[in-house]
Design a protein. Structure first.
Length: 150
């Protein structure tokens, strides 16, 4: 069974090598590493440090990094809001709309899974859990936007 550091390296490999979200050379420079040192981490020969993971999260801005780091905890990752007071009510409207769409997508996923044989198989469960996570994130972001209103 893979440990958490191996899973983090696999995620970084997926983002940097498979998806090319950012160039390995750029990320290495951001981390203050030589390119080969970053490759050693991507291939699991060397573990990422906590500080490196934090810098990667800030630099890449990919929610999958935050999700991985928060997995198994009671926390949900949402983007920080940089809206000013006049724009906060727009943020609430956008948050409510996003939540509505995400919950609707979740319901469609559940209905689709149950429509064929009334059961949810392993693959369908994974898809439903993904949609559920998106809906949770939307709801949390909406709650956060509401708390910013005075």
């Amino acid at each position: 069974m893979a440990d958490n550091s191996t899973e983090f390296a696999s995620l970084m490999y997926q983002l940097l090598i498979a998806e090319e979200v950012k160039a390995v050379k750029e990320v290495a420079a951001e981390l203050g590493l030589k390119e080969q040192a970053l490759y050693a981490r991507l291939y699991g020969r060397v573990r990422f440090s906590v500080e490196e993971a934090r810098l990667i999260l800030a630099y890449l801005g990919d929610v999958r990094v935050a999700d991985h780091l928060l997995e198994g905890s009671a926390y949900v990752a949402i983007a920080r809001s940089d809206k000013h007071d006049g724009e906060k009510s727009d943020g609430v409207r956008e948050g409510a709309t996003s939540t509505l769409f995400d919950v609707t997508d979740l319901m469609k996923e559940v209905e689709g899974a149950l429509s064929d044989d009334g059961r949810i198989d392993h693959r369908e469960k994974i898809d439903i859990e993904k949609r559920l996570h998106e809906a949770e994130r939307s709801l949390t972001a909406l709650r956060n936007a509401l708390s910013g209103l005075h």
